[in-house]
Write a protein that binds this ligand. Sequence first.
Ligand SMILES: *[C@@H]1O[C@H](CO)[C@@H](O)[C@H](O)[C@H]1NC(C)=O
Ligand SMILES: *[C@@H]1O[C@H](CO)[C@@H](O)[C@H](O)[C@H]1NC(C)=O
Length: 296
Amino acid sequence: MNKKHMLYIFVVLILILTNSSYAFPKPMGRRAKMVPMSKFVDIPPEERMSNTTGTFAVDNNFSAIGLLSFVKADGSTDYCTATVIRTDNGNMAITAAHCIWDIIAENWNTDFYFYPGYNNGSPGSIGAVRAHTFSIWSAFTNDEALYDYGFIKFYYQDGRKLQDDTGAFDCDVDVPPGEYQTTVFGYPYNSGEMDCPRDGEHLCEWQGNSFEFPNNLPNYQWHRGISIDVGYGSSGGPWIKDYDPNTNGGNIVGISHGWLPPPYPKEGTTSWAWLNDDFSSLLQNAENYNPPMNNF
Ligand SMILES: *[C@@H]1O[C@H](CO)[C@@H](O)[C@H](O)[C@H]1NC(C)=O
Ligand SMILES: *[C@@H]1O[C@H](CO)[C@@H](O)[C@H](O)[C@H]1NC(C)=O
């Protein structure tokens, strides 16, 4: 091999290395340990639908967003926001992983009730639906700043899909970088800055631009921010790009997490910026995760 060839190979190598670092701006370390964790809760058949009213809201697709109540390891009841997302299964919602897993007690929360369309202190026409499977990334259980989103699968009446009665939002599997208009919903309780009655009984809405963090912050591409603190109870609430209030359509691009540790600013709200890799595989895992047969 002559010197000219050597140089050529060297230049090509540099080009490949340089290009690849632009093509994959997210550090690979983020995907190092991709282990999904799922939990199944059996509810006796006669109780599965006992909190659902059966007054199914045909032609009403404005109740995909709802209040999620659950019990923590210390016995207290807590609240988050969850959203029905369009899936083949039809009975899936997205919320924050920290609403599903108690990071302090290092255990799953229990006794989940989802009230799709909850507002003004009353459940929507469907009442409460019960949840039976939960899926999150195990990396979240080691570091709550990572992968703070997860999926819940609900029991629903045989032959029906929850999403047909509530409506459902689509999700962008790769969250676009940059700044764009984002509409955020939640049920804040005595905290935060959303302009609405912050009593945990009202569905609150904020619209503004979500942004990418400046690149001097560590792993800045892993999260996105909004300028408003959405408050407790809004955790898990959807960040919707191109929300259309007339059709209640738009794509979910994030889930309210809260603050990140320093040097991130202790203000506003952040969301994990998922990639197709983590989002699609966790959702697939969640949809396919079925209770052990011996529980029936
Ligand atoms: C669910 O339904 C059962 C049986 O009707 C009732 O005892 C319970 O209070 C209900 N729970 C909620 C959270 O509505
Ligand atoms: C509601 O229906 C409209 C019209 O079919 C659709 O564009 C929109 O995405 C739906 N919204 C939800 C939340 O399902």
